[in-house]
Design a protein around this ligand. Structure first.
Ligand code: PMP
Length: 288
């Protein structure tokens, strides 16, 4: 397996990062998770735009143009002869000293890993997922804005531990006012009273690329769609709940905190959107 590391393709075993890299020492960096379907990179431009927005937000200047970054992604995919892949693109502050000071890190580290996709098992999509509400609150947007896709995922990992502790795979994270924000690695949607609803990202969520794609699809299909603040009561009493993310795509949720959602089966709106989303991934992408 070849890894793109600072402008070169190197063997996996030789793709080493310094222990003085601030991405490792402080989680000082940004990343993207991107997906390809049959040699089409889904929403590549949107992912690259988000990467550069995240980098801007932490005052990290990426020493590559967006075009060069896209070419690096394609070069890595081709080198690994992968048609269906998950791409992890990481930019860290780079090598510095043991202090926090980013000025001591003159050159950002860039690496790209392309790998086979590790999907949730098929039955999760057929039967739906059981999830819980995390006890860990979502980071306060004024402290570390969840819209920045940074290497600092400890907040999400603590919530993931809540999920694992409860014997489930995902957990809903609430913000400090107990409004529903998102899950540890996915955005959340509900269907209620004929409306498709997702919380606004300002509540404390990542602006998911899959979330955006679903919103566009819903509008095309004339589904009534709204961004609304949600409390857990709204979610418990929803007819349908589903999660969206690059790796998970669209995944139905049928139980939350031991409460059945709707009739306990993946709902019609979820299945319709999943179908349309799959069609989209077959045609909408950058060819390599
Ligand atoms: N929220 C969080 C916290 C995430 O890490 C992700 C990506 N795994 C998402 C939502 C979904 O975003 P996307 O659709 O862009 O993958």
């Amino acid at each position: 397996m070849k890894i793109y590391l600072n402008g070169k393709l190197v063997d996996k075993d030789k793709a080493h990062i310094s222990v003085f890299d601030h991405g490792l020492l402080y989680g000082d960096g940004v990343f993207e998770g991107i997906r390809t379907y049959d040699s089409l990179i889904f929403r590549l431009k949107e992912h690259i735009d988000r990467l550069y927005r995240s980098a801007d937000a932490i005052q990290l200047k990426i020493p590559l143009t967006k075009t060069a970054m896209m070419e690096a992604v394609i070069e890595t995919l081709k080198a690994n002869k992968l048609e269906d892949a998950y791409i992890r693109l990481v930019v860290t502050r780079g090598v510095g000293d043991l202090g926090l000071d980013p000025r001591k890190c003159p050159v950002p580290t860039i690496f790209i890993i392309t790998h086979k996709i590790a999907l949730y098992p098929k039955e999760f999509y057929q039967k739906g997922l059981e999830i819980v509400t995390a006890t860990t609150k979502r980071n306060l947007a004024q402290a570390l804005d969840p819209r920045i896709k940074s290497l600092n995922y400890l907040n999400n990992i603590l919530a993931k531990l809540d999920a694992i502790e409860s014997g489930t795979e995902e957990a809903i994270m609430l913000n400090y006012q107990d409004y529903v924000a998102e899950c540890t690695g996915d955005n959340i949607f509900i269907v209620k009273d004929g409306e498709l609803i997702t919380p606004p990202v300002e509540v404390g969520a990542l602006e998911g690329i899959t979330r955006d794609a679903v919103i566009i699809l819903a509008k095309k299909l004339d589904m009534p769609f709204y961004e609304k603040m949600l409390k857990m009561d709204d979610v418990y009493s929803a007819k349908e709940v589903f999660l969206t993310g690059t790796a998970a795509e669209i995944i139905p949720v049928v139980k939350i905190d031991a409460r059945k959602i709707g009739d306990g089966k993946p709902g019609a709106v979820t299945l319709r959107l999943t179908d349309e989303f799959r069609k989209l991934t077959k045609v909408d992408g950058v060819k390599y």
